[in-house]
Every structure is written in structure tokens, then in C-alpha cells.
Design a protein. Structure first.
Lengths: 112, 115
């Protein structure tokens, strides 16, 4: 069964304290891995798509990387406005078309 | 502005009273999908549509219906809602669902409470 596991469930950081969020996956065949940000009461907001091991993408203070078994979302010098739940999702070959399999998310809190 | 819209945003209803949650996108996307989000379970796909008049079941389709008569609209229908359908619902769309992975854009969500 295809699975996505995110860790930690929650992460508290001080402003400026860099860290990483982990997304490990066990899937039959990876089409793509997606990172989303979700603020309370809102829909997931797209951040990155990664397609193959070794790929990296950056956006402001965020950098996403991908290996054959996991992805990391690195947050450099976070600010309070980075506080949100970060969701990882995968699309797999052979699954229902377009279906995203989501992890349960990491809730990030950044204190000033 | 490119967006996915959902209505209503909040809904309280009673068991057995039919309801429809609308979803519309203005990006000319072929692919649309419905998810539900529950604490401890994450987001799970209910139904999806590859294009007009083409729909199929996701992981948790029981108790739901959908239709896709127009490209921009993809309503979710609960013909006889039950309390276990109390959840936060999201509509999403992407340019295509295949052959390659496409970024899905999500609506703002509809919070449903079934008493």
C-alpha cells in the first residue's frame, strides 16, 4: 500500500532558527512529490513539485529536496509568517488518475 | 484572478437532508477533484473528473455523488448526509490529470456539520 509519512507532527522554532521537515514515502512508483502549505481554515497552497531523486527547488526561505525514499523541506531563518501546516503529497503510477496521497502534515510554529 | 471557488463555505444540516456543494474554476482546467480532510486522517480523495462527462471514484466515494456537465463546474452531492460526513471539504483542479503529474490548485474549503 502506498504511504506517506511526515515528521515531526509539530515543530516549534524561534525566529531565525533553521530546521527541516521530513516526508518519507513508500510507493510503487513515484510520478511526483508535492509540497503544500496550509493555513488554518484555508485550502492547501502549492509550494513545490519534485519529480526525480536529486532534484531541488527553492522559494524564498524554503528549499525542497528529493531522494528515492524521502523529501525534505528546509526552512532557513524562519519568520513568524512561516507558521503553518506543511503537507507533503505524492502521485503514483497505477493509482487513480491525478490522486494525491497526502501525509498528515507538520504543524510549524515560529515564535518571534 | 485564477481561482477555485466553493460554496457554501460553511454548512450545518441534518441527517438525510440532501445538499450540494458547488465548485467552480476559471482556469480552463480539465481535471477536477474533491477531497475531504479529517483530523488524524489527512486529505483523502472522494471523486475526480478527467474532463466533461468523465468522473470516477477516489479512495472514499461512499455516500457521495458528482457530476461534470460543464468544464468549469464540479458539484459534490450528498443525497442523504450522515454525521460521519461531517468534515472539511476541498475542491481542486489542474490543467490535466495525466499523463504527467500536474500541480493541483485547491479551493478555500467547505466546512460541513451534519447533525
Amino acid at each position: 500500500e502506498d504511504q506517506v509519512t511526515q515528521s515531526p507532527e509539530a515543530l516549534r522554532l524561534q525566529e531565525g532558527e533553521s530546521s527541516s521537515l521530513n516526508c518519507s514515502y513508500t510507493v510503487s512508483g513515484l510520478r511526483g512529490l508535492f509540497w503544500y502549505r496550509q493555513d488554518p481554515g484555508k485550502g492547501p497552497e502549492f509550494l513545490f513539485t519534485l519529480y526525480s531523486a536529486g532534484e531541488e527547488k527553492e522559494k524564498e526561505r524554503l528549499k525542497a529536496t528529493l531522494t528515492k525514499k524521502e523529501s525534505f523541506l528546509h526552512i532557513t531563518a524562519p519568520k513568524p509568517e512561516d507558521s503553518a501546516t506543511y503537507l507533503c503529497a505524492v502521485q503514483v503510477y497505477g493509482g487513480s488518475q491525478g490522486n494525491l496521497i497526502f501525509g498528515k502534515g507538520t504543524k510549524l510554529s515560529v515564535k518571534p | 484572478e485564477a481561482q477555485v471557488t466553493q460554496n457554501p463555505r460553511y454548512l450545518i444540516t441534518v441527517t438525510g437532508k440532501k445538499l450540494t456543494v458547488t465548485c467552480s474554476q476559471n482556469m480552463n482546467h480539465e481535471y477536477m477533484s474533491w477531497y475531504r480532510q479529517d483530523p488524524g486522517l489527512g486529505l483523502r480523495q472522494i471523486y475526480y473528473s478527467m474532463n466533461v462527462e468523465v468522473t470516477d471514484k477516489g479512495d472514499v466515494p461512499e455516500g457521495y455523488k458528482v457530476s461534470r456537465k460543464e468544464k468549469r463546474n464540479f458539484p459534490l452531492i450528498l443525497e442523504s448526509p450522515s454525521p460521519n460526513q461531517t468534515s472539511l471539504y476541498f475542491c481542486a483542479s489542474s490543467l490535466r490529470g495525466r499523463p504527467l503529474q500536474e500541480t493541483q490548485y485547491f479551493g478555500p474549503g467547505t466546512r460541513l456539520l451534519v447533525l
